[in-house]
Design a protein around this ligand. Sequence first.
Ligand code: UDP
Length: 384
Amino acid sequence: MKKKRICIVTANRAEYSRVKTVLEAISKNQKLEYILIVIGSHLLRKYGNTYREIERDGFTIHERIYNTIEGENPVTMAKSAGFAIIELATLLDSYKPDFVVVLTDRYETLSAAVTAAFLNIPVAHIQGGEVTGTIDESIRHAVTKFAHVHFAASEASRQRIIKLGETPEFVFNVGCPATDLLLRAKILRQKEVLTNEEIKNPHIKANDPFIVVLQHPVTTEFGEGYSQIEETLYAIKDFGMQTIMLWPNVDAGSEHIVTAIRRFLEEYRLRNIFMYRHITNSLFIQLLYHCKCLIGNSSSGIRESCYFGTPVVNIGTRQHGRERGKNVVDVGYGRHLILKAIKKQVSHGRYPRENVFGKGDAGRKIADILSTINGIKVQKIITY
Ligand code: UDP
């Protein structure tokens, strides 16, 4: 029997965390085969060469697309999306998959969805229907309009996709595949985590409390990233707890954040802030569990931390409107507000766990649906 060919396009670590268990389930499914295309910041050293994590996990990378133009500004972001379309058109035409699976809301997601649609290849979209800030909000809903099958991560998202005029029969609430990874993780002792090869540093005190900071640019507030991250940096400096901090993603405005962090660390020579490009997902999950507070605007604060009840200080508009647990406190960009929120969250301690985005079986459900679904028509019709 000919296997259904599923082409998956992943652009960065956030997307990979949403597709890893889907890849595992496809590999086990007799009726499916995958073609994995890796694109975007996955392939850049500056962003941690995260394609290596995919290889370490044992998956075959069939194609690599170098589409990212340096500059991290609105123009290079648009051009990078364009390069992705040009390359994907050739690849998707030669692989002729039965489905193209696209993830979340990155500019490469839009490129992949548009290209597949032009080539009359059905599109399956993981994580549509959510609400956030930044350009991601527009991309996500635009991709919904190109997609034929929708794998929403919550019931509210499923309902929103249906309201956008999509056929309810093809809109599924499966939960988030990143949740699968969280719920199967075996929690290690903090000392083991902070002395791990990837994290260890002679100045890290492995038994002492720590916080994690991860703050990305907001593309719709381009030009404000420098001052936004400075406010966060002053707050964590004043708070004084040892801090594991990650460099931001590749989106427009990234350079402003990077420059601000560099200057700040040079000026204050703080010995208790430790910088990393990327931490392997299984280890990042351990940090999420053990940290006293997660600070910034990463989706991991909203989508993942509720499963551990980790206190979160969510800064600014990037996650505006996204479903979240009670463990998240929202603040604006002021240093005093941020500091006050961190103190409040750290003294509160762990919150009760909440299951907001699924029960840990999303990858398997997505593969099952892809292997059995029939009746997809390339011609889409709005339902109202
Ligand atoms: N993540 C990871 N290692 C890291 C940082 C993040 O594995 O060093 C994972 C994290 O668990 C989450 C995803 O990447 O699933 C989200 O990361 P990020 O904040 O980079 O992106 P966003 O989704 O906010 O755009």
